[in-house]
Design a protein around this ligand. Sequence first.
Ligand code: CA
Length: 358
Amino acid sequence: MKISKRILAILLAVTLACSLFAISASAAGTPTGTEAMTVTITTDNETYEAESAVQVRVTIASNYNVPSFRFPIMFDSSVYELPTIIGLVGQNTCATSGTLNSNTIDTAQFIPEAYDPSAFGCILVQWTASVSNGEVGHINNEAGELAFTFELKTKSSAVGKTGTIFIPEESDLFYYQAIENPADATTFYYLDSTTCAMTFVPANAMVVGEQVSLVPNEDYGTPAIIDEENRRIYGFGLGLSGPSEIKEYVKATGDAVIRTTPTDLGFGTGTVISLNIDAVPVKSYTLIIFGDINGDAYTDGYDLPFVVSYVSASEVCTDPTIIYAGDLTNDGMVDGLDFPIYLSVVGASTVIDQRNPY
Ligand SMILES: [Ca+2]
């Protein structure tokens, strides 16, 4: 009896010791205090044609055991778009020791407030390690290893543009998990943005190809004047009746096709002339008829009420196209100084020179 009591006492002591050990071990691993990670994005080429696949490669370098990560990856939406299948593929440790996935639905929710969500696309990629042979999967490679790849696509309208692919450092979606000893699942510990230095290196790629433009049609006697910087065209005669007449003044370079969108009243001020490639608009210009405010392609009594309302300040004109077309004194406003000119135009004693209006 005595012996069995002693054995029982020893067993109890061992059990207690084990549970104490378990408790102290579950107090987590200890940070080294120098944890750092660098995530570098590259692309398989530096230049692409329009509508081409771009392979995006994400490399992770770390000096600690990383058992999980999550990164929003943003891209200029004027240059790139998500293809139907992004082909997310884990590489190296990500492929062998964990599960990689991405959420591409409602991507705007992953974009930090500092960014205009209409200017960017975003995918959120995350990886969580699995346990194999008693060891938690982890990335720990100071030289950096390719972690995963996926594909973007260049837009047809991106020719001439350079687009960035980057991880926004303002994001609050990062994982900061670490594990001191991958063979001991009780040694996980947590870092944060102040205890783990994360550095993100973006990729920039350019879309090359034929730049299309609207140019004066020299075959016509007095071609239009094209303000490429402001994407305005002027120098037309009054009373333009449709696209065929507009094409006597301007033509497109390359493979672009001219498409015109009139105003509610006709082919006057505010008509949009776009250049399309394969039915996709890649560039657009606004047609200006100086003195035509209502957009009917004439300068006459129908424009006068608008001028009167601006002059009397009963209405404030904020449309830059109307201000540009309606300002006949080149002072940046449609106001009382323009009014006498409108009166003489309506009275038919003045004809506005559409090529040299001032
Ligand atoms: Ca008019």
